[in-house]
Write a protein that binds this ligand. Sequence first.
Ligand SMILES: *Cc1c(COP(=O)(O)O)cnc(C)c1O
Length: 397
Amino acid sequence: MKVYADHAATTRMSEAAKQAMLNAMDTVWGNPSSLYTVGQEAKTALEEAREKMAALLGGAAREYIFTAGGSEADNQALIGAALLGAKKGKKHIISTKFEHHAVLHTLKKLEKEGFEVTLLDVHENGVVTADEVKKAIREDTALVSVMYVNNEIGTVQPIREIGAVCREKGVIFHTDAVQAVGHIPVNVEEDNIDLLSLSAHKFNGPKGVGALYMRRGIRLKPLIEGGAQENGRRAGTENVPGILGMVAALEQAVENMEENNQKILPMRDTLIEGLSAIPYSKLNGDREKRAPGTVNFCFEGIEGESLLLLLDFAGISASSGSACTSGSLDPSHVLLSLGLPHEVAHGSLRLSIDTENTPEQMAYVVEQVNNAVTRLRAMSPVWEQLEKGERRHLFAE
Ligand SMILES: *Cc1c(COP(=O)(O)O)cnc(C)c1O
């Protein structure tokens, strides 16, 4: 059986997205900045796509710029807001310990340039509270950036409450909503968001396309300099087919969200129940405050990488931690942020599912993980020590 269970890394493109792209390549291949008809047809298609984004996620069309994905949107949001703050003498930024590297590495860079960064704790349940954000805000805080849904463990943050706190304090609020958009209800106005990053390939759209929502009045210095595209906010000829593909995927994801999640949730629960039954295993992150499709487990005495290899032999595509860090031997910064010790932060399994998965596949995954864990534990020196009582168990049986 073949099972793709890594939808948090990327998704297959939907038929609607593919058709929209093919159609765009045939019909609106002009340069949207050109003044003649062929260009203006592309411009019209682009602006219709922007209108649809706003209709689906809130705000006004002109508050969205298109980017080359989630990482660019995060970089633009953080660097732009930091520079805006610095102009007013505000050089303090608040974020969390378990953000995506597109945020954390950008913050590191800003730190080197003289900004002070406070990274909030996310606790054992993988959720930061609005109250903690409120307490961390200072007179010189320029920006708060908290992700909507964590990409490794799937926990959902109280974005609306955090947004309300930031608005009350007059601090710009950015959220990396790459794992939320298209999966759970997101509305930039209702959620009190000033800046929001999204990426098409996480909701069955094409790779290399995304968007940044920027609330009116927040004028960020462009990350990419050049032409006057996107109202002077992001230079470069727009990726019209990609953008139309993204919007087609988003339209479908938002319209079918409830129906999709009704299908995904029971499958996710099968995974949680099945994997929790494995002795000395642990579900990472809050059981309830989580996105529909993502679960993350640790198994004592197991290396995540070996588990992934055995699952791959069994036809299952899964991941340990984020796609960007698997392959490296560093423990996951997300699992460390939950307070898990290094030895288990190496040994996690992320399964992220979608409507293309089936209940039969879930039963197969549980069976195969069970087999793999049993096999690996039989060869594991750490497990032997645990069995002999020479080492203490970290999780309950
Ligand atoms: C995938 C991802 C990104 C990066 O998006 P790209 O489009 O791949 O650059 C950023 N943040 C989160 C939470 C993600 O899951």
